[in-house]
Design a binder for this molecule. Structure first.
Ligand SMILES: *[C@@H]1O[C@H](CO)[C@@H](O)[C@H](O)[C@H]1NC(C)=O
Ligand SMILES: *[C@@H]1O[C@H](CO)[C@@H](O)[C@H](O)[C@H]1NC(C)=O
Ligand SMILES: *[C@@H]1O[C@H](CO)[C@@H](O)[C@H](O)[C@H]1NC(C)=O
Ligand SMILES: *[C@@H]1O[C@H](CO)[C@@H](O)[C@H](O)[C@H]1NC(C)=O
Ligand SMILES: *[C@@H]1O[C@H](CO)[C@@H](O)[C@H](O)[C@H]1NC(C)=O
Ligand SMILES: *[C@@H]1O[C@H](CO)[C@@H](O)[C@H](O)[C@H]1NC(C)=O
Ligand SMILES: *[C@@H]1O[C@H](CO)[C@@H](O)[C@H](O)[C@H]1NC(C)=O
Ligand SMILES: *[C@@H]1O[C@H](CO)[C@@H](O)[C@H](O)[C@H]1NC(C)=O
Length: 788
């Protein structure tokens, strides 16, 4: 047995044992401590007292003492394989009452001291340096022993006696490299086990006389058989096999690691053929030499199943047809030939009872079983990992396999191009075409009754809507293809399992779940989902069904686009109703605009918004100008903030409103009735005071225009300089002046009115505050005191 094989076996046993213990003691929790491959020379001291499983395999431990494991009273499984222990005193385990599983294989043990132990179920002492079988008489009390691994270089019938009364399930017996000097053929006679595995020394040519069938075993496994005979030489191994014929108990025979000739190989087959063995398995075979065409006697066999795995042949220097012929005409139920470089297999000559054929990992081509009408009982055909190329040929091959239910043609190079008649056998239920190079066209011809269809890892871009209806299809695997959407269930109405992960599905349609009423399980993760509005329906429908149905949810369902959502689980992707619904969006925008328009209209009509805006605008301009005018220049020669000109008819307003509101803020106002110098002409006075004032305010009303404006027209006519500096003019429109009432020669007034650069006196009281503030801001400037 190879190292890898034995460790796989070991782990399988441990796993099963753990599982069994778990079930028995589901309340108690296991504590597994793995210290394997750590170069330890001793069992570590720092272990938890609750440790139930301890793995210290593959270290350099050379000694095991009671103190090492004394405190681990809960220890159930101890794995010490692949260390350097030479001596073991079984009494070291006397405080580990729970210990059930002890693996000491692959050490250098040559001696053990015995001590009563009763609870062990699994004891492995194989692959050690024992000379005689390490069987203490105390082993006889281990009534629960299920597995016993032994090793020895000398077998004696008496050594087995202490355990002869036990019903062991499996015994592994490893014969040391020096085995064979003094053989007692009957030494295993008293071994009471259901299954016996004998490992012969590796280096030696098989020259043993041990009666391997002497025990009670129903199942026998022999490893390491090197048997390359010269012609007519006495054959020890054939002799050993001949003894099998005398043991009618034997049902299973497994041969491992065989090195022999083609002729001997066929001879072995023929020998086993005539025994009571029902299951014959051969693996890791190295064959040399040529093959003579000898007659194979098919009569009288018990064989039901033959398995041949991993055959290495240096060269085929003979017609292989002969070998294929032997296998194809065996009247057995199950035939497995895998990992050989077999190129072909012949069609059985007569109706064959073969039910199961497993030819995976060979070199079979499309012509295998072509036109073969004798495989009518065949239910399962496995052609995985071969050299199949054209699916049409395989479809045609199944034509006459009336019972075929399961076909595995995965891991070939199959494509389907030529469209001919669709010959699939009607009986096919499970079809595995995964890992080929099939495209969408494969859906044009599928077996009508197929229930499980595996098409993963192909080149399918879309599932055509018009595929032949697959009413029986329950399970569809199209993972690892190039699909961009989930299929609808129109054509496969009974679909209950869909596997479509690792595709290019970006916008999965939500109606999938509605169209597939029978769906029980869907696996659609690891697709590049586009997280936008379209995916919301899908997320919604997925989260509505139970999470057990959605395999891999939520961890393998993530956004791939847009960049901002990359890696976000679909479960956490939320987008507002508004941004997805165009109608809703348009309505919302419409309503918003409408509300805005109504508000603005309301503000304009009822609250005179334009007036306020104008006011604010002027204020801003004033501020701006004030900042940009060199102040000092202005301040020179100024005595007043403003000179006010108005008509006598408006004097009431000026005195009751204007003056109080301006002067309370320390603004100096010049009024002609207060400040005019008597004896000068009105125009002289006006010009004089305008020049001493920072601003000139005209209170405009129809009266003013009629009675007073003429004085200023003159002034404006003479002082062109001021015409450009209309900055200094402030017009307050006290009452509206109709355009017609302005005399046609008042050009300046018309211009000013047209420019609308006046402040309107608001009728509403609540606007007065802003009006005054604005006015004050316009004329407020710090006057230099000495100019007073
Ligand atoms: C195994 O033990 C023997 C003595 O029993 C010793 O001679 C030998 O060196 C040991 N081998 C290893 C690999 O420790
Ligand atoms: C072990 O078995 C022997 C008989 O083989 C019996 O006399 C003895 O009492 C047993 N010991 C225990 C501890 O069961
Ligand atoms: C014999 O082999 C068959 C098929 O591998 C298996 O099902 C059966 O359990 C084996 N019997 C024994 C006793 O190991
Ligand atoms: C074939 O085998 C059967 C059973 O072992 C035997 O009776 C018969 O004689 C054999 N036939 C030939 C031609 O050897
Ligand atoms: C043949 O193989 C199939 C599938 O592994 C199995 O179900 C069946 O029991 C086998 N038949 C016999 C006779 O071992
Ligand atoms: C076919 O045989 C191989 C090799 O023994 C095995 O790994 C595989 O599971 C078998 N396939 C089936 C479908 O039984
Ligand atoms: C299979 O049968 C067809 C027609 O029956 C024939 O043309 C073809 O040559 C046959 N192929 C083989 C490999 O026997
Ligand atoms: C199809 O075969 C592949 C191996 O090629 C295997 O992994 C897969 O489980 C099989 N599918 C089914 C449905 O048995």
């Amino acid at each position: 047995m190879t190292k890898a094989n034995s460790s796989i076996f070991r782990f399988a046993i441990i796993f099963m044992l753990i599982l069994e213990i778990r079930i028995q003691l589901s309340e108690e929790s296991e504590l597994l401590v793995d210290r394997s491959k750590m170069d330890l020379t001793h069992v570590p001291k720092d272990l938890s007292l609750k440790t139930t499983i301890l793995d210290v395999s593959q270290n350099s431990i050379s000694e095991l003492q009671a103190s090492d494991i004394l405190s681990l009273s809960k220890l159930r499984i101890l794995i010490l394989s692949y260390n350097r222990i030479q001596y073991l005193d079984i009494s070291v385990f006397k405080f580990n009452q729970e210990l059930e599983y002890l693996d000491l294989s692959h050490n250098n043990l040559s001696k053990i001291s015995c001590h009563p132990t009763v609870n062990l179920k699994h004891l492995d002492l194989s692959f050690n340096g024992f000379e005689v079988l390490p069987i203490c008489k105390e082993f006889g009390n281990m009534s629960q022993l299920d597995f016993l691994g032994l090793s020895a270089t000398l077998l004696q019938k008496s050594s087995v006696l202490p355990i002869a009364h036990l019903n062991i399930n499996k015994v592994l017996l490893v014969l040391g490299e020096h085995y064979g000097q003094k053989e007692d053929p009957e030494s295993l006679q008293d071994l009471n086990t259901k299954s016996l595995h004998i490992v012969f020394p590796t280096r030696k040519e098989f020259d043993f006389v041990l009666d391997v069938a002497a025990s009670t075993a129903v199942s026998l496994e022999l490893s390491n058989i090197k048997y390359v005979p010269d012609d007519n030489e006495y054959s020890y191994f054939i002799n050993v096999l001949l003894k099998l014929q005398k043991n009618p108990r034997l049902l299973n025979l497994t041969l491992n690691n065989i090195e022999t000739t083609w002729n001997s190989f066929i001879k072995i087959l023929q020998l086993v053929w005539h025994t009571t063995i029902e299951y014959f398995s051969i693996s890791n075979v190295k064959l040399t030499g040529e093959l003579d065409h000898e007659y194979f006697n098919y009569s009288g066999t018990s064989l039901k199943a033959l398995s041949i795995h991993q055959v290495f042949s240096d060269a085929f220097r003979f017609q292989q047809g002969y070998v294929y012929n032997i296998f194809s005409n065996m009247k057995i139920q199950n035939l497995t030939v895998t990992g050989t470089r077999m190129l072909h297999m012949l069609c059985p000559l007569h109706i064959s009872p073969l039910v199961y054929l497993n030819f995976s990992n060979n070199l079979l081509t499309d012509v295998v079983f072509k036109n073969c009408t004798s495989l009518t009982a065949l239910k399962t055909l496995i052609l995985q990992m071969n050299q199949l190329k054209e699916l049409a040929n395989i479809i045609y091959m199944t034509k006459d396999m009336k019972s075929l239910q399961q076909l595995d043609i995965s891991q070939n190079s199959l494509r389907y191009e030529n469209e001919g008649n669709c010959f699939w056998t009607k009986s096919l239920l499970i079809l595995n075409m995964s890992s080929n190079i099939l495209t969408d066209s494969v859906f044009r011809c599928l077996p009508p009754s197929v229930a499980v269809l595996d098409l993963h890892n192909n080149r399918i871009v879309s599932i055509p809507k018009d595929v032949t209806s697959l009413e029986a299809l329950e399970e569809l695997n199209v993972a690892f293809n190039h699909l961009t959407d989930l299929p609808g269930c129109g054509t496969f109405s009974r679909l209950s399992v869909l596997i479509i992960d690792y595709n290019l599905v970006s916008h999965p349609s939500a109606d999938f779940l509605y169209s597939c009423q029978k769906i029980r399980s869907i696996k659609a993760g690891n697709n590049p989902f586009q997280c936008s509005c379209e995916i919301r329906e899908f997320i919604k429908s997925i989260s509505q069904i139970s999470s057990e149905m959605v395999k891999g949810w939520p961890e393998s369902y993530k956004c791939a686009y847009p960049e901002s959502y990359k890696g976000t689980p679909l479960q956490d992707f939320h987008i507002s109703q508004l941004s997805c619904n165009t109608t809703l969006l348009i309505i919302t925008i419409g309503v918003t605009v409408l509300v805005l328009v109504v508000t603005v209209t309301f503000l304009c009509i009822c609250l005179d918004l334009p007036w306020y805006l104008r006011m604010i605008c002027q204020w801003t301009q004033t501020r701006y100008r004030a900042r940009n005018t060199p102040l000092e220049e202005l301040q020179r020669n100024l005595q007043f903030h403003a000179f006010i000109s108005y008509s006598g008819h408006d004097s009431a307003w000026v005195k009751s409103e204007l003056l109080p509101n301006l002067e309370k803020e320390d603004i100096r106002i010049c009024l002609h009735e207060r400040n005019f110098v008597p004896g000068k002409s009105i125009v002289e006075n006006i010009i004089n005071f305008i020049e001493k004032s920072y601003k000139t305010i005209f209170v405009l009303s129809p009266n003013f225009v009629q009675s007073e404006w003429c004085h200023y027209e003159l002034y404006f006519a003479h002082h062109k300089l001021f015409q450009d500096a209309s900055d200094n003019l402030i017009l307050i429109l006290l009452e509206p002046i109709p355009q017609y009432s302005i005399p046609s020669n008042y050009h300046k007034l018309k211009t000013l009115m047209a420019q609308r650069t006046f402040l309107e006196w608001p009728k509403e009281k609540n606007k007065h505050g802003l009006f005054w503030a604005n006015l004050r801001a316009t004329i407020n400037i710090k006057l230099i005191e000495q100019n007073k």
